[in-house]
Design a protein around this ligand. Sequence first.
Ligand code: F0G
Length: 459
Amino acid sequence: MEYSFSTIIEPFRIHSVEPLRMTTALERRQAVQESGFNLFNLHAQDVLIDLLTDSGTGAMSRDQWAAIQHGDESYAGSPSWFRFEAAVKELFPFKHVIPTHQGRAAEKILFSVLGGVGRVVPNNTHFDTTRANVEASGAQAVDLVIAEGREASTWHPFKGNMDVIELEKLLAARRGEVPVVFLTITNNSGGGQPVSLENIRAVSEICHRYDVPFFLDSCRFAENAWFIHEREPGQGDREIADIVREIASLADGMTMSAKKDPFGNIGGWLALNDDDLAESCRTVLILTEGFPTYGGLAGRDLEAIAQGLKEAVQPDYLRYRIRSTAYLGDALDSAGVPVVKPIGGHAVYLDAGALLEHIPALEYPGQALAVALYTSGGIRSCEIGSVMFGRQPDGTEKPAAMELVRLAIPRRTYTQSHIDYVIEVVKAVALNASSLRGYRMIREPRSLRHFTAEFEPLE
Ligand code: F0G
């Protein structure tokens, strides 16, 4: 008798553990008050389950720790660099690979060369650092995700897709003013939603017809490729690495945060085909990051990423990864907690706007929910709503498209019982949602305000 079992298990066992520190509700209320009601200001030691981000917080594998021992710290031409470059090109065969200390450094370099006043950069949805780097150059950042991507509960298999009709209109209307078109895979700010291969092909075709370079913001490329494998007709028999290579072949370049799918604690890169653009970018790299064969990273980090890239495209890992995120989302959905659907790859997004209808957008319902999850159960999440996106480049404040709270799942880090606990806490807070109150921002930095703003609860 051959059995077949449906439980999808963690495809690893635990080899080294880190203790978690239990706190009381009283301690947490004090901690959050001292942090100005901004969870970024907490001491991580006061957090029980940290779902602030999936960035740099994954567990490295035995083989990554072993690779770290091979780190060669030569200033130039280290063997670690050549292993890193080969691992990147194995999946993303761009001519030039420019290593950076993290994703936003790659963005800063690229937009300082391509951006500038009068230019406009379209993306399905800019991540906050991407938008900030485009705007810091003087250029305008425009989000052109499909309509379904702006609605929390509409089901669509590829909610991260770009609206290609709007893209073409923009390229026609602003000829010569668009230095690059971006696609973010998966679309983080829009709910961790994937982009279909068909859409990537269509965007590539339009860009090349208008002679505009097409770049990928590819932090979660492996999760995106898994969704293509699972959801797109004709893709189910392909190797994940093969899908990734096809995606790369459609683009002219990419920015990358290696802190996500590649399992780095730090790292990133910019890769591209154009020789002149690469030379300009390398010049900025040497000024701001480091020599082109390490670019702001230690040799050991290059090694960890090279190994991590191989693990990121393993189907057993991706099946577990995507299923375990859906496990959290489906449980909350069945309990009636409003979540963005379908469940994304790296995170579950709670719809705070729907759950806390009594709190106006500019009293920050997402912030209220995030603070309540922390004080109630020690869970740290991240507001993705009007706190993050409300301040406009012209200085006015306006509500974001959605008021979300992101529960980002670090890779290979928490077990199913940790997630069962998270489900219990979210359900309890949701049940008492009507008792939550909004917040007023009492200190606001000029840019990327969500990181350091301070708040006061409203009566
Ligand atoms: N692009 C996307 C889509 C991202 O999600 C991030 C980071 C970056 C670029 C910037 O990369 O952090 O290495 O400089 N996202 C993290 C997050 C911070 O929590 O979603 P970075």
